[in-house]
Design a protein around this ligand. Structure first.
Ligand code: ZN
Ligand code: ZN
Length: 117
């Protein structure tokens, strides 16, 4: 069980799943969506995502066809992404977890557009 929250604290959630590997995505879309060199993500079952607070603060943006990115409309933190065609899973942004992320294994993806490391 993990808990996470956005930068301003309006959106809070709990994850009822074990995580062992986090992916660092270096694709151009993630770089822009997160305004960062890369984004970290982990795919979990939607049923294991429990929103505890902030439903009215969730906003969505379709960053590429069929993929929606969900963020806090107050502070801009990226919460998760999902595809309506894949309703059983979502792509969590684990940087928001109140957890020591160094315990997880790291895998790099879309490294052709990698900036550093
Ligand atoms: Zn927020
Ligand atoms: Zn990406």
């Amino acid at each position: 069980m993990y808990k996470g929250e956005c930068l301003c604290g309006a959106v809070k959630y709990a994850i009822n799943a074990s995580i062992d590997t986090i992916e660092c995505c270096h694709c151009l879309t993630c770089r822009k969506a997160h305004a960062s060199a890369f984004a970290i993500g982990v795919t979990i079952k939607r049923a294991n995502f429990n929103l505890l607070a902030g439903n009215s603060h969730l906003a969505e943006f379709e960053s590429s066809k069929g993929k929606l990115r969900v963020f806090c409309n107050q502070c801009g933190s990226h919460i998760y992404a999902y595809r309506p065609t894949e309703p059983l899973t979502l792509r969590l942004r684990p940087a928001l977890l109140n957890t020591d992320l160094s315990q997880f294994q790291i895998k790099h993806i879309y490294t052709a557009t990698r900036l550093c490391l």
